[in-house]
Write a protein that binds this ligand. Sequence first.
Ligand SMILES: [Mg+2]
Length: 219
Amino acid sequence: MPRTAVVFDLFNTLVPGADAARDRVLEEMAAVVGVDPAAFVRAHHESWPDRLVRWGAAETVRILSGRLGARPSDAAVARALRLRFDLGARLLADVTPATLDALDTLRAGGYRLALISNTTAETAELWPATALARRFDAAVFSPQAGAAKPDPPIYRAAADRIGVRPEGCWFVGDGADRELAGAAAVGMAVIRTTEFQDTDPAWPGESVASLAELVTRLT
Ligand SMILES: [Mg+2]
């Protein structure tokens, strides 16, 4: 089957993952809601399965604060959320012209583009206002899909949204959350990217070092 679509991961594929910046903001949020910063960062990391597919942004702050013995006011939760949303907006804006050019070239070449992201609730809310969003025919975020990579439903949801069977899609990602194997399992052809991070070095298939190299490969 000819491949007519490219499905992208988001963090460490189109924009940096920025793990250190994320942890710094979590520490600032902890101070705002009155809990120990290191414990809040730890509780946040340990709660990823719930955050990816179940909890909203405010719910996350309230639940994690509660687990650490605090009952922050609505105003404190709102201030903590503002920090989180500001970070999310900065991360989504941190896209290079080369990446935007690569997406434009793929679209001009006739590919439909979709995004699949394992992420927390605020990313989906911030997405529509980004320069990336208008390059994509569909974006599927784990909290909205109620599913996360590497499970098949989130890949199939993205393929459905762009009207292409999974076998007609390339999947491009750094490889976090075993996303490459998950894509291959539903029939997508996988290309690993190492542009931002060498996340899955044992992946036996193709890889590229930049989206410009991907464009050369696919057009
Ligand atoms: Mg990634």
